[in-house]
Design a protein around this ligand. Structure first.
Ligand code: NOJ
Length: 873
């Protein structure tokens, strides 16, 4: 199964035929059977970049630079130095001759990982709830600036995979939302912010990385599963385009410099050697000009992954600390003996250097000033082998004034789900009782658990490589107590969920306003917290949170519930209790948690956030779940995405299930009315598929073919386990440790894999992001929003569209804006509908097309409150 060649059969296509009469259930069973034995079509050769559009200046610089490189230097750019080989979580080889220091790859999604004096931002999922483009950008920029100031070259985020297919998905919090449009906007703005700050963003994990279970074989074996191959996410062509690929297209269009291919297989071909995903969809159709790096240990082949479109091997060794690499010396050999064409290596180097120059990085970047493997000032430069002890940490404070931004995002991301009788905002209450571990500190300190792999104290961050060290963590208890003291409020908190007698005695006292803090955590698969191997085992609150809420609300008629979580929890059984007067979702807010929630509870910020996922009444109501048990013997577990595009609210709408709180829902302390829907036709004209041929592939520079010139230099001291581009022998077979060495590429690489001839252009291609006409404005929609309440506030009007086909969701999000509107005032909501917003993917034409089904535009305040509607002409 771990063969170099993508399997040859094509996954049976699901059509968007206009005459289709399939019911949703028939449709889903047809997709399901199509997915059995799913295969991934081969697509070769790997497209060579050409510096199109806004890449041209960076491309010119890169071409000049790469033309000066030796073959060894090019290989050095493409291959990491090995796990814990240098200071960052991943580092590529350097080119000292030309002043290029080793590139530093570092996690990322909430702040610079494994260092000190960095900020901790809200999670991606939390900021998504703001529905605020400005905050997406500001957060990306601030995080980018911190990475830059630490010496990071590539910030390993943001995340659009997982998208959030299953609510239990362990890493959903690192991404934004199961809605691809919202995620697309959020990832694009984040990338622009990050790259404007001078570091390369890395969109991850590409693609179908929707669960932690079985993503990697060694990890799964560690949990006792007996499998030989990683999970295959089986995704049909329409679902791929309309759902999972959608935000990555936005990312590429935003100028994305790098992308990380994921651990899992897609249609039974590993994502990091899947030519359909990398060559066809990403580099050809989406015109991606940056570089593809592997997730850590997600590479499984050498030549095969090179021709399938991988550009950088991370962390460089085959398995952590194996001391050998699929690339490094093997890539040197593969190019010298013609297995991997020289143009492919040149293209890898060009892509890496173009991204580098595009974000403004130079050949004299300051050194990396931190070390991922120790916070000590002095330590081994090569932690893998403990050698070269020297100064590795400079403890540079990179936080700037980001605390204020983080506090603001935390407040603006807090979703007010319930608020009866104007319970909130609080105004100098007589007596506040705060209940729950989630209000307080982790007694072992905010960073007490490695990679935040525990759920102790308030949930300011979830676990895994997406974590970072807190510089401080303002707990809800401390911030609310400070507020209470300032107000003269009596304040008592009980931070133990199981102190039942004390809790009962406190919350049943007269005049108690009780705020119960509860949470649900999840994270990355390499850490198991309380039996949750990354993915959540269920959708209930942790530490008996549901019982806590029920117990408190039985005794206190003014119970306010605050949930910190990495996704929805099941609120059935208590959310509608009359004693529960308010419910808030505060996500995973980062270091300013307590201040942010205080700002909302006391009305210093009027809430306007919207839930970026649906709160269903039962776990089953989502229609999707994690595959928790291998279902294919020792072979790759098969995860059929048979629901197609129907995840989250699209499923609830299709199945007619009433959610507790629907996608896009959130209250304010004021009220708004919607009126006056207008739609203006921009007369964009017809769509022209892209045609023609690409240029022939080029190579840059000459190289010797004498293997003697590639031997390990005599004057260099070899560091154990470190990955080098040099050969150990002039005998290729000995140098490669490959018994089959010397076979012609045609023996084991697919047809066309090493062709350098001009290739036909794809209809849906043409510029970064895809055919540029997909971004033509076709209609402009406006609506009038009036603040009809007594407070100034913010409102998030949302535009949904029904594409009208029998296989389409009832309606899908296609526009939103966060507007600030003072009491009594009106504002105009404006959204452009682009061609892509109105199109379906046509798997027969292999292009986007607007079907002839009638299309209806809706505007309102959530996915289920859409007072304005009009059919498009
Ligand atoms: C594996 C994770 O999946 C990825 O997100 C992360 O960037 C790398 N490890 C490096 O830590």
């Amino acid at each position: 199964m771990r063969g170099p060649v993508d399997v040859l059969l094509t996954l049976a296509a699901r059509t968007t035929s206009h005459s289709s009469t399939l019911t949703p259930d028939q449709l889903s069973s047809s997709i399901n059977s199509a997915n059995l034995n799913a295969t991934s079509a081969p697509f070769y050769p790997s497209p060579w970049m050409n510096g199109q559009g806004e890449w041209s200046a960076a491309y010119a610089k890169a071409k000049d630079f790469v033309s000066q490189l030796t073959l060894l230097e090019k290989v050095n750019l493409t291959t990491g130095v090995g796990w814990e080989g240098e200071q960052c979580v991943g580092q590529a080889g350097s080119i000292p001759r030309l002043g290029l220091r080793s590139m530093c790859m570092q996690d990322a999604p909430v702040g610079v990982r494994s260092t000190d004096y960095n900020s901790v931002f809200s999670s991606g999922q939390t900021v998504a709830a703001t529905f605020d483009r400005g905050l997406f950008y500001a957060r990306g920029h601030a995080m980018g600036a911190e990475h830059k100031a630490k010496g990071v070259t590539v910030q390993l985020g943001p995340v659009a995979g997982p998208l959030g297919r299953a609510p239990e998905g362990g890493r959903n919090w690192e991404g934004f939302s199961p809605d691809p449009y919202l995620t697309g906007v959020a990832i694009a703005e984040t990338i622009k912010g990050t790259q404007d700050a001078g570091v390369i963003a890395c969109a991850k994990h590409y693609i179908g990385n929707e669960q932690e279970h079985f993503r990697q074989v060694p990890e799964a074996i560690g949990y006792g599963y007996d499998i030989d191959e990683a999970l295959s996410s089986n995704i049909d062509d329409v679902t791929m385009h309309e759902l999972y690929l959608w935000p990555f297209a936005d990312a590429v269009r935003a100028g994305l410099g790098s992308i990380m291919c994921s651990y899992n297989q897609v249609n039974n071909s590993y994502a990091c050697q899947n030519s359909k995903l990398l060559n066809n969809l990403l580099k050809d159709e989406l015109g991606f000009q940056g570089f593809v790096m592997s997730d850590w240990q997600a590479q499984h082949t050498g030549a095969a992954s090179a021709v399938a479109g991988l550009d950088m091997s991370m962390p460089g060794d085959t398995l952590f600390n194996s001391g050998i690499s699929y690339w490094g010396a093997n890539l040197t050999l593969a190019v010298l003996n013609g297995t991997v064409p020289e143009y492919r290596l040149d293209d890898m180097a060009l892509r890496i250097m173009s991204a580098y120059f595009k974000v403004g990085l130079t050949l004299d970047e300051p050194p990396i000033n931190f070390d991922s493997w120790t916070l000590d000032t002095y330590g081994p430069l090569h932690a893998s082998v403990g050698s070269n002890v020297q100064q590795v940490n400079w403890h540079v404070d990179v936080r700037g004034d980001h605390g204020a931004l983080i506090r603001n995002i935390g407040a603006r991301a807090t979703v007010l789900l319930k608020n009866v009788n104007n319970t909130l905002p609080l105004s100098r209450p007589k007596f506040v009782a705060v209940i729950g571990e989630d209000a307080g500190p982790n007694l072992q300190g905010p960073n007490g658990c490695a990679d935040r792999g525990c759920d102790d104290g308030t949930l300011g961050m979830a676990w895994g490589s997406g974590s970072a060290n807190f510089p401080y963590l303002v707990t809800p208890d401390s911030a609310l107590q400070a507020q209470a003291l300032a107000d003269g409020t009596r304040y008592e908190s009980i931070l133990d969920n199981y102190a039942t007698p004390q809790i009962k005695a406190l919350v049943s006292q007269t005049d108690a306003t009780t705020i119960v803090f509860v949470n649900a955590d999840s994270g990355e698969g390499f850490v198991n917290v309380d039996g949750n191997e990354g993915d959540r085992q269920n959708l209930t609150l942790w530490h008996s949170g549901d019982e806590l809420v029920k117990n408190v609300s039985k005794l206190c008629s003014n119970t306010i519930v605050v949930i910190h979580s990495t996704g929805p929890t099941i609120l059935t059984g208590w959310h509608d209790s009359p004693n529960i007067t308010a419910i808030l979702w505060a996500g995973v807010p980062g270091q300013e948690s307590g201040n942010s929630i205080t700002d909302i509870l006391y009305g210093k910020v009027n809430p306007a956030a919207r839930t970026p996922f649906t709160w269903g009444p039962t776990r089953e109501s989502y229609g999707t779940d994690i595959l928790y048990t291998p279902n294919n013997g020792r072979d790759a577990p098969q995860d059929n995405f048979s629901e197609g595009v129907f995840i989250d609210y699209r499923n609830f709408d299709r199945q007619n299930i009433t959610p507790i709180y629907e996608f896009g829902y959130g209250l304010s302390y004021t009220t708004f009315s919607y009126s006056n829907l207008t739609i203006t036709n921009a007369h964009a004209g017809h769509y022209t598929p892209t045609t023609g041929m690409t240029e022939q592939a080029s190579t840059f520079g000459n190289h010797s073919t004498n293997l003697n010139d590639y031997l390990f230099p005599k004057n260099l001291t070899r560091i154990e386990q470190y990955i080098y581009p040099y050969l150990s022998s002039t005998d290729g077979r000995a140098a490669s440790h490959d018994p089959s060495y010397g076979q012609p590429a045609s023996k084991f690489l697919p047809d066309n894999a090493i062709s350098d001839s001009p290739q036909p252009k794809l209809a849906a291609s043409g510029a970064p992001g895809g055919n540029p006409q997909l971004w033509d404005v076709m209609y402009t929609v406006t609506a009038t929003i009036t603040n009809t309440g007594a407070r100034n506030g913010e409102e998030v009007p949302q535009l949904y569209i029904s594409l009208g086909g029998p296989n389409d969701p009832k309606h899908i999000l296609r526009g939103f804006e966060r507007l600030s509107i003072d009491t009594g005032k009106t504002a105009t909501f404006t959204a452009d509908l682009l061609r892509r917003d109105l199109s379906n993917w046509d798997p027969v034409k292999q292009d986007w097309a607007i079907t002839s089904y009638p299309k209806t535009v809706y505007v309102g305040s959530s996915s289920r409150n859409l007072p304005l509607a009009r059919t498009l002409e």
